[in-house]
Design a protein around this ligand. Sequence first.
Ligand SMILES: Cc1cc2nc3c(=O)[nH]c(=O)nc-3n(C[C@H](O)[C@H](O)[C@H](O)COP(=O)(O)O)c2cc1C
Length: 175
Amino acid sequence: MANSEKTKTVIILGSSRDTGNTSNVINELIKITNWDLINLNDYSISNYDYEHSNINDDFINLMCRLVANYDILVFATPVYWYSMSGVMKVFLDRFTDLLTVKKDIGRKLKGKNIAVISSSAGDNLGNLFWIPFKKTAEYLGMNYLADLHTIQGQISEIDLSNFKHNIEKTYQSLV
Ligand SMILES: Cc1cc2nc3c(=O)[nH]c(=O)nc-3n(C[C@H](O)[C@H](O)[C@H](O)COP(=O)(O)O)c2cc1C
C-alpha cells in the first residue's frame, strides 16, 4: 500500500536524535512502503499548557495537515525508561488541545487509524508498552491497527513487511 489517492499513511518520528536507531528503522520501513515522514524535531511543539498560551506554536498547524491528508498515522518512538520518548509524549499530551480549544480538529481524528513502532535496547515492557497508544486511540475514536518492537535499530525486512501487511490487513477489514 504505497500512498495513493485513497489511503495515505504518515510516519511520525519522535526521537531525541534525528539519525539514531528509531530513524534507521523508519528509513528501512520507508524503503518498502514509500510512506511520508514527519520528524517531530522539525516542529516547535511545547508542553501542554492549561492556559493554551502556546496555541500558536506548530502543533495545531501540524495536526490540521495530518487530519486533512492522512488516514493512517504510524507513531515511531524509542523506548526511554520503559516509556515512549519525551518528544512523543509532549506531542500526545497536546492532543488535549483537540478536546478543548480546537475541537473541530479533534472531531476529525475520529475514524483515523494508528500503528506504533518502537526501538529499544532490548528490555521493554512487551505488550504493556503499547497501552498508552491503545487507550489514547480508543479514547479519541481512532482504530489501533498494529505495533512492532525493534531492537537497537536492527530489524529484518521480513518483520517490517509483516508490520506493513498487518497495518494494511487490519485497515482493509475496517473500511
Ligand atoms: C534516556 C534513555 C532511556 C532509555 N531507556 C531504555 C529502556 O527503558 N529500555 C530499553 O530497552 N532501552 C532503553 N534505552 C535505549 C534506547 O531505547 C535504544 O538505544 C533506542 O534504540 C534508541 O533510539 P534512538 O536512537 O532513536 O534514540 C534508553 C535510551 C535513552 C537515551
